[in-house]
Ligand binder design. Sequence first.
Ligand code: 5AD
Ligand code: SF4
Length: 444
Amino acid sequence: MKRQTPPQTYRVKSFGCQMNVYDGERMGELLSARGIRPAAEGEEADLVVLNTCHIREKAAEKVYSDIGRLKKEDGSKPLIAVAGCVAQAEGEEIMARAPAVSMVVGPQAYHRLPEMLDRAVKGERATDTDMPAIAKFDALPQRKKRAPNAFLTVQEGCDKFCTYCVVPYTRGAEISRPFSDLGEEARRLVEAGAKEITLLGQNVNAWSGEDDKGRAVGLSGLICALAEIDGLERIRYTTSHPNDMEDDLIAAHGEVDKLMPYLHLPVQAGSDRVLKAMNRQHTAESYLKLLERFRAARPDIALSGDFIVGFPGESEAEFEETLSLVDEVRYAHAFSFKYSPRPGTPAATMENQLPREVMDERLQRLQARLNRDQLAFNEASVGQTCTVLVERKGKHPGQWLGKSPWLQSVWFEGDAAIGDIVTVELAEAGPNSMRGLLMENALA
Ligand code: 5AD
Ligand code: SF4
């Protein structure tokens, strides 16, 4: 590769999960600390980081077409780094297939991006897909993010090995970041303006650590400690695994005011045979029992989940068990996906992969029920008075958008600013948002 002029501007494009959003922000901070500034909207960046996702669909193919399309106004290519889970899974292949890429960096190695950039400017290409997870966090600069809501990665990786999933291979083994580091990062986020923090992890409820008195604590202990931070008003966490759910985390939902009444607990399927083939290590019944306990601790809790339709060998009757489970839970919100074979995972080579048409049809039926329940949940909250954390301006002047405690998008009109926590009455329900009437703005 040719020697390049050092980049003045960068753009990080993150795909996939919230953890990628968090990683993307941190890569941005690393580059900013180097004096490179984020490209303005519409401005061509000298350095583009594609922060990729490998969980579903033809993510890798998409990366190659994105690389092909990246061009500056004068026709030259920007410096390109491929990061994220596709980088981890297919690093060498990317280097071989895409000569325009000068850096490939895995999710546990992106703290080394500045060094790699120095080499890229000299015309060298570099790949780093090592997995020393904790080292990364120690090597990142201090946080400066200004936003009313912030993500905080507390746990990474997965030891569960669901048979369809690439995460254990791309993100590595489960690790928990130390309690004191998290308190520190949370305080900085709050000082910079965060009112709400969402704790992130592939198995966030598997987080464990030692508190400042040396006692072993789980996620509920961390949440209780963070709830002590003045100025932090709301705490959320995602994503949980049913098998790591501890009693005290369930209880915290009834005891910690700042912990929002929302739970994202993926189930994936309603048939025990399919769950077993997925290696989920829970049954439909044990999952439903868990949800009952959450509802007992916090009756208004909004429940959310993930579903996969068309897992290899899933029969029509087994799929209908998923529909029955949905009917029983009545989710406030959910994500549903067609099964997508991931290279290297056990399910990808299982017999009886289902035709696309069957998956399409099942997904439509499942989504119709999930949409029905989401609307019903929204309709049932009409008339409630609740807080809204204002996140951005709406389409029209004087309009604001934010989130209710149940993570519904709420828009309202009136005197407010980004970062305010206002009280609204929920006046009207749509499938994806609520209209609120501003009652009071405690901060205005
Ligand atoms: N195919 C389809 N969906 C998948 N997910 C994970 N792997 C796959 C796959 N191979 C879904 C699961 C998981 C969510 C993050 O993505 O529902 O909970
Ligand atoms: Fe993937 Fe299962 Fe781990 Fe979730 S629990 S990240 S679905 S292997």
